[in-house]
Write a protein that binds this ligand. Sequence first.
Ligand SMILES: [Mg+2]
Length: 362
Amino acid sequence: MKITDIKLGHISVPLKKPFKTALRTVESIEDIIVRIETDTGHIGYGEAPPTGVITGDTTGAIIGAIEDHIKKHLIGLDISNIEEIMLKLDKSIVNNTSAKAAVDIAIYDLYGQLYEAPVYKLLGGYRKEITTDITISVNDPDEMAQDSIEAVKQGYKTLKIKVGKDSALDIKRMEAIREAVGYDIDLRIDANQGWNAKEAIYILRKMEDAGLNIELVEQPVLAHDLQGLKLVTDNVAIPVLADESVFSPRDAITIMQMGAADLINIKLMKTGGIHNALKICSIAEIYGVECMLGCMLETKVSVTAAVHLAAAKNIITKIDLDGPLLCSEDPINGGAIFEDCRIMVTDDPGFGFKGIRSVNYI
Ligand SMILES: [Mg+2]
C-alpha cells in the first residue's frame, strides 16, 4: 500500500453555541481535511484545526506546510513502513504540529486498513468505551450555571468549566455552578493561561476554602512560565494539569522532571499526531503521571483518532473529547460513536471512516 497523493479540503461546521475561553470566542469549526490516497485504492483521512492562539497554526500555514513541505517527502512511501513515514514527516518541517497531526492521523487510518484492524487495537486495545466531559464556555455566572444544568440533564457527569477571564468573577462563577449542579458532578476548571502564579494560588485556595471540590485545574499560568506552574502545583491541593505548556515529548519530560504539574493534557494537535503522543504516554507511565486526552475545536475525523488513542492506553485516565458534541451537525460517516458523554470505538479497520460529506477540496 503506497502513498500516491495527498489532497486537502476545507470543512465548515457551525457550533451549537459560541465557544468562549480566556483566549478566544469561536462560532464555527473551520478545519482542513487531509485525504491520503494509495495505489490499492484505500483512503486515509486526517484533520487539522487552525488554532492560532494556541498552536500558532493558521489555515494558510497548515496548507503550506503540507503542500510545500510534507507532501513531497511522503509520496511513494509504503504504509507498512510507518517508522520511515513518521521520521520523514517529523523532519520535513519544524513546528507545524497541526499539519503534521492531520497527516499522521491519515497514515494511522491507512495503517489500520492495511492490517484490517481498528487502530485502538494496534496501539494497545485497553478498552472500547470512554467517558468525556463537556466544556462550559466562560460567561456570566448565571449563564454558566444554566449551561451546566443543561449539560447535567443531558447526562454529563463531568463538566470542564472555562475560567481565567476575570479572576474576581471566577470564584463567583464556580460558586454559582456548584450550587446549581450539586456535589455528584465532577467540576474541572481550565484557566487557559489566564492567571499569574500568585493570582492562581490565591483563587484556587479560595475555591478550596469554599469547599467547591474542584477535580483539577488546567493551565493556570502562561504556557512558558514553568516556574510559575510549579509554584502553583506546590502551593495548592487541587491537582494541576499542564496543557498549553506541553506540546512535545521533550516538554513532557521537562515538566515531569521539574514536578511542575500533577497531570499532562495530551492533544494530537500539539504533539503532531499519534506517533509523538505515544511517546508522552510512555514517559508518563515511567513517571506515574496520569494523562488527559483533549482536543481543539475539531470534528469527528481527528477526534476519532484521539478516541482510539485514549481507548488504547491505560495511562490516559481523563477524557476531554467534546469537539464533535459541540457541533450542530456531523458531516462524517463512520468513525467513533458519540452518545452524549459515552464515546465508543468500532472494530472497523483503521478509524472506520466511510466518507465525509461537504468537504471542499482545494
Ligand atoms: Mg486546556
